[in-house]
Design a protein around this ligand. Structure first.
Ligand code: DP6
Length: 347
C-alpha cells in the first residue's frame, strides 16, 4: 500500500515598489527589492504526494483550473529539479498538483510569484509530514528559499505585508536566499495601501521577465542601477516610516519608469508600455499634483498600471479610477486590491 501526503495553500501575488531587475547564477538578485503582498489576487494550489519508491524523477500531473496543462509542465519540472538537492525524497513521489488563480488568466498579471509561492509552501508542508517534524520557526523562510528557485519574485509572496528579498545593509536580516517581512513600524498612512490594477493589455508579453533579467548582464547602466536601487530602498523605507507621502510617490514612480528605461536601453531594446499606459500615468500624476489625491503608480514588466493609494483616500480613488482610468483598460477591466496578510493553509 502506498502512503500519500496532502497539502493545500493559497499564496498572494505581490507588487514590487523597489524592483528586482537583474540576477546572478543561482537566482541571486543583483539588488534587494521591496514589495507589497496583495489580498485578492492569489493562487490556490493543492498537492498530493504518493510514495512510489525506485524512481529517478517524480511523476508529475498538473492541472490548472480543472484542465491538464502540459505546456506548464517544463517550468514545474525545472523547479522540481532545482529543489531536488534539498528535497531528495521528492524522487520517490508521484505528485498531483492542481492550481487556480483568483484573478483572470492571461490578464497580464504575473502569476509566477503566487504560483511558485503556493507550490513551495505545499511541498514544504508535505516535507514536514513526511519527516514527521514541524520546525514552525523556519517553515516560511524555507518555503521562501525554495519559491525563489521557481521565480525570484515568488520568494516575497511567502509573506504578507511588506517584504524585502535580497541583502542590503539597511534591512537587518535581509538575505539573497530568501525574503524577510519588513517589520519596521510604518507611519499610519502606510499601514496598508490600496492597489487598483489597470489591465491595459491582456496580450502575451513580447519579452519575458527572465529574458529581461538576462539583458541586465551586459547592460551599460547596470552598475548605476544596482546602486540606485539600494539608495531608493533606504529612502523609501525612511519615507514610509516618517509618513513622507511625496517622497514615497516620487520613489515609487522613479522605480517604475527606471525599470522600463532599462528595457528601453537594453541591447536589443524593447518597449512593453502601451499608449494607454502613458495616458493612465499622466492622469494619475495630474490627480496627485493638481487635485491633491494621495495616489501614484507603479508598473511591472508589462503594460498594466498599478494605481497605489493611501487607504484613507480609497473612496476618492475608487471614483477617480472609475471616471478617468477604467476606459483606458482592455474591456474596461481593472482589479481592486490592497495589502494582504499573506499565505493561508487551506484545510
Ligand atoms: C519587474 O520574478 O518574474 O516584476 O526570477 O526570472 O522568474 P524570474 O523573474 P521574475 O521578475 C520580476 C520582475 C519584476 C520586478 C519585481 O517583481 O521585483
Amino acid at each position: 500500500m502506498s502512503t500519500s501526503y496532502h497539502a493545500a495553500w493559497s499564496a498572494p501575488s505581490n507588487i514590487a515598489f523597489i524592483k528586482y531587475w537583474g540576477k546572478y547564477a543561482g537566482q541571486i538578485p543583483a539588488n534587494a527589492s521591496l514589495s507589497m503582498s496583495l489580498d485578492a489576487c492569489t493562487t490556490r494550489t493543492e498537492v498530493t504526494a504518493e510514495r512510489m519508491p525506485f524512481k529517478d524523477f517524480p511523476d508529475i500531473n498538473f492541472t490548472f483550473e480543472g484542465e491538464e496543462k502540459p505546456d506548464f509542465l517544463p517550468k514545474i519540472e525545472h523547479f522540481i529539479r532545482a529543489i531536488l538537492p534539498e528535497m531528495p525524497w521528492l524522487i520517490e513521489c508521484r505528485l498531483r498538483i492542481s492550481s487556480s488563480n483568483t484573478f483572470p488568466h492571461s490578464s497580464g498579471i504575473a502569476s509566477s510569484a503566487s504560483a511558485f509561492a503556493a507550490l513551495a509552501l505545499c511541498l514544504t508542508d508535505i516535507e514536514s509530514q513526511w519527516n514527521n517534524s514541524a520546525d514552525k520557526g523556519r517553515f516560511f523562510r524555507t518555503a521562501s528559499h525554495r519559491a525563489r528557485l521557481g521565480s525570484g519574485s515568488a520568494a516575497r509572496s511567502v509573506f504578507g505585508g511588506y517584504t524585502v528579498w535580497g541583502k542590503d545593509k539597511c534591512v537587518v536580516g535581509s538575505n539573497n536566499g530568501y525574503a524577510v517581512p519588513l517589520d519596521d513600524p510604518m507611519d499610519d498612512d502606510f499601514a496598508r495601501l490600496s492597489d487598483h490594477i489597470l489591465l491595459i493589455d491582456r496580450g502575451q508579453k513580447s519579452v519575458s521577465s527572465t529574458a529581461g533579467h538576462a539583458l541586465m548582464n551586459n547592460h551599460p547602466y547596470a552598475e548605476a542601477r544596482f546602486q540606485r536601487a539600494s539608495d531608493n530602498l533606504h529612502s523609501m523605507i525612511t519615507a514610509m516610516r516618517s509618513g513622507d507621502q511625496q517622497r514615497f510617490f516620487d520613489l515609487l514612480e522613479e522605480e517604475a519608469l527606471g525599470l522600463h528605461a532599462l528595457m528601453m536601453s537594453s541591447q536589443p531594446n524593447y518597449i512593453l508600455m502601451r499608449p494607454n499606459t502613458l495616458a493612465a500615468i499622466e492622469r494619475i500624476r495630474h490627480a496627485r499634483i493638481v487635485d491633491h489625491i494621495p495616489v501614484g503608480f507603479t508598473l511591472d514588466a508589462g503594460a498594466n498600471v498599478h494605481v497605489i493609494s493611501l487607504t484613507e483616500a480609497k473612496q476618492t480613488v475608487d471614483e477617480f479610477v472609475k471616471s478617468e482610468l477604467k476606459s483606458l483598460c482592455a474591456n474596461d477591466m481593472y482589479i481592486c486590491d490592497q495589502m494582504g496578510t499573506g499565505p493561508k493553509s487551506i484545510t
